[in-house]
Write a protein that binds this ligand. Sequence first.
Ligand SMILES: [Cu+2]
Length: 118
Amino acid sequence: MNFVPAALTVSAAVCKTVTINLTHTGSLPRNAMGHNWVLSATENAQGAAQEGWSAGLENQYLKPADIRVIANTKIIGGGESDSVSFNLSDLKVGGDYTFFCSFVGHFAMMKGTFTIAE
Ligand SMILES: [Cu+2]
């Protein structure tokens, strides 16, 4: 139960837009072992994840309109995929960002660093 790779680096000079393609390589359905990919500032990641648990699967385990969430895919189950695109111009080069899964209980293991280089 982890992201591969666990660290992502993008170049602000090269990329205006980033697209994340998330694939769930397991086999369990989304209600049992769903995963998503959520980006936030590192200082906001744990709060956004834990407060998302009560929002339920229908809200992708994220508080609706949570301003701490920069980008997210939906929750997917085994064999499924989803993508999300977002604009790098809203983010800071050298900023401290974390991506994580907001499915209940996954935050401790499912997270990684998102780095924006020059
Ligand atoms: Cu997960």
